[in-house]
Design a protein around this ligand. Structure first.
Ligand code: NDP
Length: 331
């Protein structure tokens, strides 16, 4: 079976030579173990940070070993009574075709109403990130104005829709192409959106807001997107600092927003958060988001790249906007 190893720590934007497609032997499962054939792998922006050997909230990837990451697969051999051959499970041994796991490391999922891939997108980590970021971190209240950057991605596309479902009065987003902007406004119900590649972020955001100020800014991009949002924040506004994808390949510290004094003037709260600290929100999340899906009030999109041999390319596509909705690798 095959798996992707990190063989060299990338400098700046990763290149294919930083990775190897390795052939390995897998033993049969021992007592309490299962063998899973992975069908869908998640590639996520946070993985870029794990390729560096620096201190963070999650350990760096080891060199010359399979990377891990979210995955969904089918149990093909089981030596544990809790899981049967044929069960669909989600687990963290991604970036490989087969995973040998302790049964406790795999969670069985219900694929009768959604495809297994949904547990890596709308019902998985990105969905929980959007939900927690809006409710717990952004403390969104009825009637408020929300802006999200990276709005056509896995997290952002859910943030915009959930904001409206949670009672926001006006939702704006930015994304990297005219097609993505159209998807946001025409299909997902964003009130306004713009293509950040057209430049003048502060001006374009002002036009989108049409005289309003932002109560909750959900920041996926950082950099000049954060500066533009700060400029348009309402008094007592909240910034849910989720990610800063515009800086992940930086080799020098990126410049900070030039308008931080606004944090004082407007009495803003800027809160960073990591979804893993909010697992206790999971049951409320499944109930609420499962309900929205059943009622067809929330839609989600997935972009599939086929084949483990193309997984690195899929990951790199995150940095060039190759995905609309969640980027996934289909095996
Ligand atoms: P996305 O699905 O949003 O994929 C990344 C997108 O980012 C691309 O499609 C691209 O879209 C956009 N992008 C890439 N480079 C840039 C750039 N230089 N400037 C502006 N936009 C860029 O990924 P996710 O939804 O999985 O993640 C979104 C953010 O949330 C990331 O910052 C990620 O690290 C963070 N995150 C944080 C979590 C937490 O616990 N705090 C958990 C999960 C995600 P476009 O075409 O619009 O440029």
């Amino acid at each position: 079976t095959r798996e992707i190893h990190l063989t060299r720590r990338p400098v700046g934007r990763p290149v294919s030579e930083d990775f190897t497609l390795a052939e390995v032997e897998l033993p049969d499962p021992g007592p309490g173990q299962v063998l899973v054939r992975n069908t869908v792998l998640s590639v996520d922006p946070y993985m870029r940070g794990r390729m560096n050997d620096t201190e963070s909230y999650v350990a760096p990837y080891a060199l010359n070993a399979a990377m891990d990451g979210g995955a969904v697969g089918e149990v093909v051999a089981s030596e544990d009574p809790s899981l049967a051959v044929g069960d669909t499970v989600t687990h963290m041994a991604g970036w490989r075709e087969h995973a040998l796991l302790d049964a406790g490391e795999a969670r069985r999922v219900d694929v009768s109403r959604v495809p297994g891939s949904a547990y890596l997108s709308v019902l998985g980590m990105p969905g929980l990130t959007a939900y927690v970021g809006l409710t717990r971190i952004g403390k969104l209240a009825e009637g408020e104005v929300v802006h999200v950057s990276g709005a056509a991605g896995a997290v952002g596309s859910l943030v915009g829709q959930m904001a409206t479902l949670l009672g926001a009065s006006y939702v704006t987003g930015s994304a990297g192409s005219p097609e993505k902007v159209r998807w946001l406004t025409d299909d997902l119900g964003f009130d306004a959106a713009y293509d950040y590649r057209d430049g003048d972020l502060t001006g374009q955001l002002g036009t989108a807001l049409d005289g309003r100020r932002i109560d909750v800014y959900f920041d996926n991009v950082g950099g000049d997107h954060l500066e533009a949002a700060i400029e348009h924040m309402a008094d007592f506004g909240r910034v849910a600092a989720c990610g800063a994808i515009s800086t992940y390949d930086a080799t020098e510290p990126p410049p900070g927003p030039r308008n931080l004094t606004r944090i004082v003037q407007r009495r803003l709260t800027v809160s960073g958060f990591i979804v893993g600290d909010h697992r206790d929100a999971a049951s409320e999340f499944y109930r609420t988001v499962g309900g929205w899906l059943a009622e067809e009030r929330l839609s989600f999109r997935e972009t599939f790249v086929d084949g483990l041999e193309n997984a690195v390319e899929g990951f790199l596509g995150l940095g060039t906007g190759g995905n609309t909705g969640k980027m996934l690798i289909r095996l």
